[in-house]
Design a protein around this ligand. Sequence first.
Ligand SMILES: [Zn+2]
Ligand SMILES: [Zn+2]
Length: 553
Amino acid sequence: MENEFIVDQLELLVKLWDLHGVNEFKSKNLAFATRALDKFPNSIAKATEDELLALQGVGKVVISIIRDVAQTGTCSDLEGILEQTPAGLLNLLKIKGLGPKKVQAIWRDLGITELDELLAACEEGKLVQIKGISEAIQSNVMHYILFLKQNASKLRLDKGHHLAEDISTLLLNKFSKVQIVGELGRNCEIISSLDFMLLSDGGFGASLVLSEIEELEEDFQNSSPFVWRGNLKGHLIPIQLYFVEEKDWAIQSLKLTSNPAHLALIGFDEMKLQGAFSTEQSIYDALNIPFIIPNMREGLEELNWASKYQIDDLITFEDLQGCVHNHSTYSDGKNSLLEMAEACREIGLSYFGIADHSQYAAYAGGLKPERIADQHLEIDALNNQLNDIKILKGIEADILPDGSLDYDASILSSFDYVVASVHANLQMDLEKAMPRLLKAIESPYTTILGHPTGRLLLAREGYPLQMSKIIDACVANRVVIELNASPYRLDLDWRFIYEAQEKGAMISINPDAHEIKGILDMKYGVEIARKGGLLKKNTFNTLSVKEFLGYKS
Ligand SMILES: [Zn+2]
Ligand SMILES: [Zn+2]
C-alpha cells in the first residue's frame, strides 16, 4: 500500500470520528500520528514497531489501526463508521473552511448530506443560521461547490498522463498503433477530455473490437462510426477514440492535436490536403509555415515566435543545470538535504538549491533564525564533502500581508538567493494583491517571485493580478519569475511566457519538491514552458552556478 493512500485513509477516519463526535482522545492521537506519517520518509507498510512508536500520538491502539490500513487498505473502525455515514457527507468534509464540526452542525440542524443540497442552502442564505458560519464562509462554500462542479470531470496534467498510460495499455492489446492527441497531446495544464487515434483499416470493425474491452463504457448516443465516445469505468473524464487509416495518420495527427484556433491560424483545410502527406512536417511545408511543435498548437503567438526562433532554441529537460525551489526535513519536506542533493546529482544537475519555508509559515515548519544557522552549517559541511553537486543556501520567504519579506535584512542577506512567495492571507482583491506583490518584487533581497498567482489547479483560483505590470516590475528589478513546475500549480500561467520573454524577463523552472520524487516534476514544467515558447537562454536554471549567483548583483 502506498504511503499517500494510507495517510488519506487515516485522515478520513479522524474526520469521521470528529464528525460523529466519538473517540475524541483516539482521534487526537491518530491526527498527530497521521501528520507524522505524512512526512515518513520510508514505506509505512514496512515500518517496524519501534519506528512507529517513535512518532507522536502512536501507541498500541494506533499501531494496530495503521497496520490494518497498510495491509488491507481499511480497518474495522473505518468500515464501521463509514456504514453510519451518508456517502454525500464525505464530499462535504472535503470543503475548505468547513471542518468536521461545522459539517456535523449542517447535517444535524439542516439535514443536509449532499453537495447540491448544500449549494441550495447557500444560495438561500440558510447556512449562516449555523453557529460559527459567517456570510463570508457561506459565500466561500458556495463558490467552492460551483468550482468543484465545474471541474468534476477534469484532470490535472499529471493525472491525465497516468490515466492515459493505463488506457493506452488497454488499447494496445487490440490496436497496433495508438497515439495520444487532443489536450494531453499538447500538454495542457488541465485536461477535459482524453483523446486518442487508433489505427484502423477503414472498415466498421474497430468499434466492435472496443466493445471487447470491458473497462470501457461507450456513450452510444454520442459515438459515430469514426469516433468512439465514452468513459473508463470509475472515471468521469470523457474519452474520445478516433479511428484513423494509415494514409490519413499525419493529417489527422496534426488536426487532432491542435486547438481549432491553431488550425485557423495556419489556414488548415482538410479537403485541400487529403491523402498526400506522410508526416506533419510535410503538411506545414505545404502550407508554407514552419513546423510548430504540438505543445504550441494553441492559436496564440506561435507563428510570431516561429518567425524569430528555431525549435532547437526551446528549453529541454537536458538543458537544466540546477533545481532551486525545494524543501527538506528542516521545514515540511520528507527527505533530508543530502538525500535531495544526491537525487539532483543523479539526474545530472550540477547545483541544488534548498528553499525551505520561512518562519511566518509556522504551519509548514518555517525556519526560525537558529534553524537557518544550523542549516547553513550543514550545507557548508556537505559542500566540503560532496563532489559534482553544489548546494545553495536559499529560502522561500513568505511575502507578508504588507508586502515585506519574512525576516529582517541581516538574515535575508545571509542567503545565496530568496524565493518570495505568498502563502497566507490569500483572499485578496486586485487592490490588495498588486501593491503586496509589487513591494515584494522591489525588495533588494528577492531573487525569484514564487508561484505568482497562488493558484492550485482545479482546487483553488489564484488571487487576481495584472500580470503585465508584475512582469514589468520583475524586469525592472531583475527579479526572476518562477514557473512552478508542480502539476498542482504550473504557475506562472504559460500564456504569459511570450510576453515575459519579449520584455526581457528570466523564468526559473522550479519543482517546489517536498520529496525526492517531486524533483522530476520539472519535466511537467519543461512541457508547460515549451507551450509558451520558453527559450533556453531565458531559463534561469540553465545558468551555471556562478552565473546564477551573480545574476541579481
Ligand atoms: Zn510556496
Ligand atoms: Zn515551496
